[in-house]
Design a protein around this ligand. Structure first.
Ligand SMILES: Nc1ncnc2c1ncn2[C@@H]1O[C@H](COP(=O)(O)OP(=O)(O)OP(=O)(O)O)[C@@H](O)[C@H]1O
Length: 246
């Protein structure tokens, strides 16, 4: 099957810090792929490269066969950020945030049509937040806020969903809701790439796993990713110091 995301020889530096070094990766549709790696291993940088918001030093990224910027313009990729990346003081309702997923389909007036309202209502229902639609997002818990951003991706009807740490600060019930939903979205044929520190959730969540440490150190089965000989070098203390670019 043609990969939904194709990364080839990707290297990204921030000044002196080498965040990604010669990363090559093919992510398949219809599956949940878990992306694991310690803090600073380059997971967010990989997402930003797939979203086309940072420019690589070397290498290429294709998203549904298009450049990341073109795929984003066409609404093919939905991004669910870490909630720390989101200004929750911004005065918008839960419904407004989910409606942002429809912006690519609205004209410049951004006037929602009945089908947009219906898509937003369905998305909020799927994440279990229908009754919170009129709440300001600042009044939600961290776990609920995550689910609102997931609803935005679902309302967008994106073929490819990238989720950055969806379980951080989330209780077991929200985690179970998110896992079930991601599995449903993959079963619908979507591509779901999820970064997580939660290694315990991985077997329930993912069909396959990628272990990142500036480069791909493993890509295969979840059980293979969780083997001590895979995890030790990727999470070991001796690799905590940020590597300096050559
Ligand atoms: N804007 C930036 N400027 C300078 N260095 C950066 C910037 N963003 C990330 N880095 C560095 O690049 C490396 C990779 O960071 P990245 O955020 O991609 O890692 P991560 O795997 O997502 O980490 P975490 O698990 O903590 O979210 C780290 O060493 C980080 O300090």
């Amino acid at each position: 099957m043609k990969p939904a995301i194709e990364v080839a020889g990707l290297s990204v530096h921030y000044g002196e810090v080498r965040a990604l070094d010669d990363v090559s990766l093919r992510v398949s549709p219809g599956r949940v792929t878990g992306l694991i790696g310690m803090n600073g291993s380059g997971k967010s940088t990989l997402f930003k490269s797939i979203m086309g918001v940072i420019r690589p030093d070397r290498g290429s990224v294709l998203v549904a066969g298009a450049t990341p910027a073109a795929a984003r313009r066409r609404g093919l990729v939905g991004y669910v950020p870490q909630s720390e990346d989101v200004d929750r003081a911004f005065p918008v309702s839960v419904r407004d945030v989910a409606m942002m997923g429809r912006y690519g389909r609205l004209g410049f007036t951004r006037r929602a049509r009945p089908q947009d309202r219906a898509a937003v209502a369905r998305a909020l229902d799927r994440v279990g937040l229908a009754e919170y639609a009129d709440r300001q997002i600042g009044q939600l818990s961290g776990g609920q806020a995550k689910r609102v951003f997931l609803a935005r991706g679902i309302a967008q009807d994106a073929r490819i969903l990238l989720l950055d740490e969806p379980f951080a600060g989330v209780d077991k019930r929200s985690e179970a809701t998110i896992v079930r939903l991601l599995r449903e979205l993959a079963a619908e044929g979507r591509t779901v790439l999820v970064s997580t520190h939660d290694l315990h959730a991985l077997p329930r969540l993912a069909d396959e796993a990628v272990v990142l440490l500036r480069r791909v150190v493993f890509h295969g089965t979840v059980s293979g990713a969780l083997r001590p000989e895979t995890l030790a070098p990727a999470f070991g203390v001796d690799v905590l110091a940020p590597e300096r670019a050559a």
